[in-house]
Design a protein around this ligand. Sequence first.
Ligand SMILES: C[S@@+](CC[C@H](N)C(=O)[O-])C[C@H]1O[C@@H](n2cnc3c(N)ncnc32)[C@H](O)[C@@H]1O
Length: 184
Amino acid sequence: MVAGAAQRVRGQVGEGGVAVHGHDQVRLGQNAAQDVHDAETAYIGADLRDTTAILAQASQTLDLGQPVALMFLMTLQYIPDADDPHAIVREYLDGLVPGSFLVVSDTTNEVRDPVITEGTRRMNEGMGGRVTQTRRTSAQVGRFFEGLDMVEPGLTSTHRWRPGPDEPDTDSDWPVRCGVARKP
Ligand SMILES: C[S@@+](CC[C@H](N)C(=O)[O-])C[C@H]1O[C@@H](n2cnc3c(N)ncnc32)[C@H](O)[C@@H]1O
């Protein structure tokens, strides 16, 4: 189950899964939405804050009696603290059985890159308050995994999470954190 996928819906949900799209569902388009809809794959146009409805719809495609992977890839940053993104993730996890996995990647405010800081400011301004990006600390991103068993190497800069041999520049710190954890 992927929240906030865009063009890469099919790639992200693979051979069976559910993708939830938020504000750019128009960009995805009706044809693409149909393209990702088959017996094993579904597309839901919804706000990920609507946990009850999304879990109910997802259960029509996924067997939620079996472990699934719940993936928030560069998405929770668009849920402001006022909407309690940690509680939202917890509500989804409560609907999943032990053995399920949580994957989160998100921007962090710990790497001071003036280009990214300015980009965030301009994006928030340009969206006119409809969507704002909240860049969090590692501790705040880590809280999404509370009560779960972290998979090695834990919470890292995304390009350092089990890098392949061709991964560039693993000495540098990128302003993105990610982790994978299993529900015990
Ligand atoms: C930076 S893109 C990431 C897209 C994709 N997950 C990836 O990793 O390539 C952010 C995504 O978050 C989605 N998004 C933002 N707020 C959302 C919300 N409240 N509910 C559902 N999706 C949301 C947008 O629709 C967009 O697809």
